[in-house]
Design a protein around this ligand. Structure first.
Ligand code: ADP
Ligand code: MG
Ligand code: ZN
Length: 482
């Protein structure tokens, strides 16, 4: 049996959140009444001419720059010709040769290992309108008629294409998630998969392990969550493995992912770029991006997720904690403030990613709705470090602080959770326990250490769990030894 290696390349469309559309002044506003954000340009009425949107160009430049692309100094718009009812011009303005950015990369960190995914190109285009097929499934098959909404027609769309560098469904998912974090951090798109402002097409092929030639690919469309993308790719790998194992060949085609049945089905044979009769858009000037513009974009760039993770690691977070903090900016800020404020990073990381996350999820709250502030974490960490609170008690205090009962010191006092650090108080409890359990004591004195644990438990009970177990242990041994 051949060992098949999966080869995956991903095309991602990102809708930019600009004030207006790519080539006209219509607002980019989702959820409006159908066909209200339209004009002669985006409806392709005769004589209407496009003008490129500067804010959108800035958006794609920031994405290309964040992906370390080489920016094309003179980039060109093309017409990609095809007929579809939601495309009023019968062509889409896109880019072909000379896209805005080429030869970039995105570094993925999965389980402590870094993989570099090549970015082939980043180009600018415009979105199509929306076809609403009226039928039970919402798909064209079996629909009685179709409604068209052109509000989306002409919305700026950035396409990011990877090299076929991805090797597993998990890696594909990690890539999608990281790209989503990047465009969100840049503030250029809300990148919501379920709403279509970010969309993936996954190209999947197999080849014998060790081969450096590419196999024939199928392209899967309609994956509208990261989980679907992972599932769809895993399904394709299984399907193609079966085809190849039976001595068949994979058909180069576009396939549709069916979320409910969990399978892909053939949609259409793969079109080639020749089919689109690309030619340069005569109504638009070439896009000239000089070094000064690039520098301006670079200077405005916010901290990217990878940089943020690295910074949190410098602040003492392990990889897992750092990843979670980047995905929950409010918790990240809290962590940062607490650690900079002097708290031990380790317990703070554990609390935030454990108790706090669980609390927020359970109560369906944001951190700002709770009583927890960074100063509380500093205080709680100090109380734990000084032995005033056991780790169990610290968690209880944290829960109460979250619920708004007050700061850690006040909560610990009110709930009587402060550990007894006074040795004489613990000694009294040990004496009482020894008196009440003479036979256990006798065994210990006789060299049998088994009952020690039992006696420690008794003392802990007598002190309401507030004695430091280490101190109790030492006292019992010392006392038994005479
Ligand atoms: P098209 O628009 O025809 O799909 P693109 O060049 O835009 O072509 O995108 C091709 C995508 O498919 C890229 O992400 C590329 O890495 C990937 N790809 C190309 N060939 C293969 C292959 N044999 N196996 C897997 N992925 C592939
Ligand atoms: Mg494609
Ligand atoms: Zn318009």
């Amino acid at each position: 049996m051949t060992n098949w290696e999966p080869v995956i390349g991903i095309e991602t469309h990102v809708e930019l959140q600009t004030a207006t559309k790519m080539f006209c002044g219509c607002p980019v506003d989702f959820g409006d009444e159908p066909n209200t954000a339209v004009c002669p340009v985006c409806l392709a009425l005769p004589g209407a001419l496009p003008v490129a949107n500067e804010q959108a160009i800035e958006g794609i430049l920031s994405i290309a720059e964040a992906l370390d692309c080489t920016l094309t100094e003179t980039s060109l718009f093309y017409r990609k010709n095809y007929f579809y009812p939601d495309l009023p011009k019968n062509y889409q303005i896109s880019q072909f040769t000379f896209p805005v950015g080429v030869d970039g990369h995105l570094d993925l960190e999965v389980a402590g290992e870094t993989t570099r995914i090549g970015i082939t190109r980043v180009h600018m285009e415009e979105d199509t309108g929306k076809s609403l097929h009226q039928g039970e499934t919402g798909r064209i098959h079996g629909a009685a008629h179709t409604l068209l909404d052109f509000n989306r027609a002409g919305v700026p769309l950035v396409e990011v294409v990877t090299e076929p560098d991805i090797r597993s469904p998990q890696q594909a998912r990690a890539y999608g998630a990281e790209l989503q974090r990047i465009v969100r951090a840049l503030g250029v798109s809300d990148a919501r998969l379920e709403e279509g402002s970010m969309r993936f097409d996954a190209n999947v092929s197999l080849r014998p392990q060790g081969s450096d030639r590419l196999g024939i690919r199928a392209e899967v469309k309609n994956v509208n969550s990261l989980r679907s993308m992972q599932r769809a790719i895993a399904y394709e790998i299984d399907r193609q493995t079966e085809v190849l194992e039976e001595g068949g060949t994979v058909v180069q085609e576009t396939r549709h992912w069916n979320e409910e049945s969990g399978i892909t089905t053939s949609m259409r044979s793969k079109e080639e770029s020749e089919d689109y009769r690309y030619f340069q858009e005569p109504d638009l000037l070439p896009l000239y991006i000089d070094e000064a513009w690039r520098r301006r974009v670079r200077a405005r760039r916010p901290e990217l997720p990878a940089q943020k993770r690295a910074r949190y690691k410098d602040l003492g977070a392990d990889a897992q904690v750092a990843a979670l903090l980047v995905d929950s900016p409010d918790l990240g800020t809290l962590y940062e403030d607490a650690v900079v404020g002097g708290a031990d990073p380790r317990p703070v990381g554990i609390w935030l990613t454990g108790e706090v996350v669980a609390y927020l999820r359970r109560e369906e709250k944001a951190i700002g709705d709770t009583g927890l502030r960074s100063g509380d974490l500093v205080e709680l960490a100090a109380m734990t470090a000084e032995g005033d609170l056991s780790s169990t008690a610290a968690k209880e205090v944290l829960g109460a602080v979250l619920a708004g009962e007050g700061n850690p010191q006040a909560v610990a006092e009110a709930r009587d959770l402060l550990q007894i650090s006074d040795v004489s108080a613990i000694e009294n409890a040990v004496d009482e326990v020894f008196a009440a359990n003479a036979d256990a004591v006798e065994k210990i004195v006789g060299g049998d250490t088994k009952p020690v644990g039992f006696l420690v438990g008794q003392v802990m009970r007598a002190t309401g769990g507030r004695a430091d177990p280490k101190v109790v242990h030492e006292l019992i041994r010392a006392k038994a030894a005479g």
